[in-house]
Write a protein that binds this ligand. Structure first.
Ligand code: GLN
Length: 243
């Protein structure tokens, strides 16, 4: 029974052979965790436990090796501009594996700063342009006098979501055929002050400005949990039995 470097928010065991062990990669948990985004992972672990799955959470941080193919779910939380500049440089090492993982339709959730870094760039309020991974056709810019802070409410395909946002970056899609918003705003800003849309959905990739954490909204948490279990079944080669 080998132990690996695991997340601060807990590990159960490293047992690749178990078909009831869900493996979660938490990208830069130590640097990107504003407003309690680690709560999203805690909620998923709780729900998965209730379904009979153990979870292993690996904190993938600066300099760590990472192969997304080994995981059932990848999480990337929010962060401040300084942390984003540090993380963005290291993150480039993982572009290929994440691009493949996302392109194959595997589940990933990115919040706020993490969401911004999956696009082509984030131009901050100090004029610095942080290069993103450029996996999703979207970009983020700062515009004067508009920090978007407060409660949000929006409608998704899984029903209404209530959350909290706090960001200066305004996100715009560069390819609206490929990307779909996660929701339609009822209250608050979401991606930017003009579009009245929140977050992004591309296959099973979800990006969102929602803290709170987002997955206190059990409708979204359950939907993501189902994606994770489906990915896990496929990864461990289990055949679905239809009754
Ligand atoms: N630093 C980014 C911004 O202000 C993201 C903030 C966050 O992750 N809460 O837009």
């Amino acid at each position: 029974l080998g132990y690996t470097k695991t997340s601060k928010i807990g590990q159960i065991r490293d047992d690749n052979m178990s078909d009831k062990l869900i493996k979660i990669a938490y990208l830069y948990e130590d640097l990107m965790n504003t407003y309690g985004d680690s709560g999203d992972v805690k909620i998923l672990r709780f729900l998965l436990k209730r379904e009979g799955y153990d979870t292993q959470v690996d904190n993938i941080s600066l300099g760590d090796d990472f192969n997304a193919e080994d995981y059932d779910f990848v999480f990337f939380g929010g962060g401040q501009d300084f942390e984003q500049t540090v993380v963005a440089k290291d993150l480039t090492r993982h572009k290929e594996t994440l691009e493949k993982y996302i392109g194959e339709g595997n589940p990933m959730l990115c919040i706020c700063g993490g969401y911004q870094l999956m696009g082509s760039y984030y131009k901050t309020n100090s004029g610095v342009t942080i290069k993103g991974l450029d996996i999703l056709p979207l970009h983020t810019v700062f515009k004067a006098d508009k920090r978007m802070i407060g409660d949000t409410r929006y409608m998704t395909e899984w029903g209404e979501v209530k959350a909290f946002e706090n960001h200066s970056g305004q996100t715009y899609f560069d390819n609206t055929d490929k990307l779909h918003p996660l929701g339609d705003m009822i209250e608050g800003y979401g991606n930017n002050p003009q579009d009245k849309k929140e977050g992004v959905r591309y296959r099973n990739f979800i990006g969102s400005y929602s803290h709170g954490p987002l997955l206190k909204n059990v409708n979204v948490a359950n939907a993501i949990m189902e994606m994770i279990i489906a990915r896990h079944d496929q990864r461990v080669g289990k055949k679905e039995v239809n009754e």
